[in-house]
Design a protein around this ligand. Structure first.
Ligand code: GTP
Length: 324
């Protein structure tokens, strides 16, 4: 397989059953119709429904029908991605629509394999939320919280079906669970390129995020860590997080933020989705402060601080732990 100069963009669509993922996918395919797109669908059961619903033009739809991507389909997804990478003219974009019950962290973890990440880059994780059913699904189904936690962009779909004020309160609830996300109310899965382009540039908004009390929805919580002047040992931080994401995969859904490391004056961007970790130097604004947000289930501030403090480069640990 020849090494590609430009990686294939992967856009992952998550969201609970019937939330509007296929509608969003169809709109995305229209938006990107001037590029070469492929679609990977993950249906439960052997009968494909969405495969027929996706507006097929030149796109090729791969169907993963043997279960849920996150449970048994890692290998099947891996094989399909390899097949796509080996095409003589690979696509610009691959859209993956996860089944409504999928754990998207596990799905994203397929991209930690070097043989996959060499060819693909996860550009965006789009969470589609059903404005009518959101609150019920959140309390009843743990995957719903997890899907929200890893999304960069959250589309609050079927907005017209709920009252105005209610949409605002839902947006606030979503932001409490995932302060890293940008949320747009929409109808019939209407999505614009501007919405998709939202990700890191919006992260500065995080500084408005005040964690006055740990906010919990079906046990999913986000914790904001302010490291002040702490400096991490890059190698140690990387290995601690790699091991933790492996061991505590079911608890730590997402890590995102900026840290200072011993190797450079500039800030490093830390990101994890599932077991996929990246720590890379970034050009940040001069006044950008280091911070991290950790989203997961059953997390305690003290436990998370302890974990990170093991990666400190100097003995500043005691200053940071001790808060309950
Ligand atoms: N009224 C209304 N119906 C919508 C809206 N968005 C989607 N729908 C309908 O809701 C149903 C589910 O939409 P899909 O886009 O298929 O949702 P999905 O998340 O792909 O569904 P699954 O693949 O079954 O999980 C379809 O009948 C859509 O036509 C909306 O904004 N308003």
């Amino acid at each position: 397989m020849a090494m590609q100069e430009t990686k294939i963009n992967v856009i992952i669509l998550t969201g609970f059953l019937g939330a509007g993922k296929t509608s969003v996918l169809n709109n995305l395919l229209i938006l990107y119709s001037n590029q070469k797109n492929m679609v990977i669908e993950n249906e439960f059961g052997s009968e494909s429904v969405d495969g027929n619903l996706v507006k097929l033009k030149q796109e090729r739809v791969f169907e993963l029908n043997n279960g849920c991507i996150c449970c048994s389909l890692g290998e099947e997804l891996y094989a399909v991605l390899r097949e796509i990478a080996e095409l003589s003219t690979p696509p610009d974009n691959v859209f993956i629509e996860a089944s409504g019950l999928a754990d998207p962290g596990a799905l994203a973890s397929v991209f930690i394999f070097e043989t996959i990440s060499e060819y693909f880059v996860v550009k965006s994780v789009i969470g589609v939320v059903d404005a009518v059913l959101f609150e019920d699904s959140l309390t009843q189904v743990p995957e719903a919280g997890r899907q929200l936690a890893i999304a960069d962009l959250i589309l609050l779909n079927k907005e017209a079906m709920v009252a105005n004020g209610y949409t605002k309160s839902l947006e606030q609830k979503i932001k409490h669970i995932n302060p890293l996300s940008v949320v747009f109310p929409t109808n019939h899965g209407k999505v614009t390129k501007e919405m998709v382009a939202q990700n890191l540039t919006r992260d500065t908004q995080l500084f408005d995020y005040q964690e006055t009390h740990p906010h919990t929805h079906s046990d999913v919580k986000s914790i904001l860590l302010d490291f002040k002047d702490a400096v991490f040992d890059l190698g140690r931080l990387r290995s601690i997080l790699t091991v933790s994401l492996f061991l505590h995969y079911h608890q730590i859904y997402r890590i995102k933020g900026f840290v200072r490391v011993n190797e450079s004056k500039g800030l490093y961007l830390v990101q994890s989705v599932g077991q996929q970790l990246s720590i890379i130097p970034v050009e940040s604004k001069k006044d950008q402060k280091p911070f991290l947000v950790v989203i997961g289930k059953g997390l305690t501030r003290k436990g998370i601080m302890k974990l990170f403090s093991k990666g400190f480069d100097h003995g500043a640990m005691s200053r940071y732990i001790g808060e309950a």
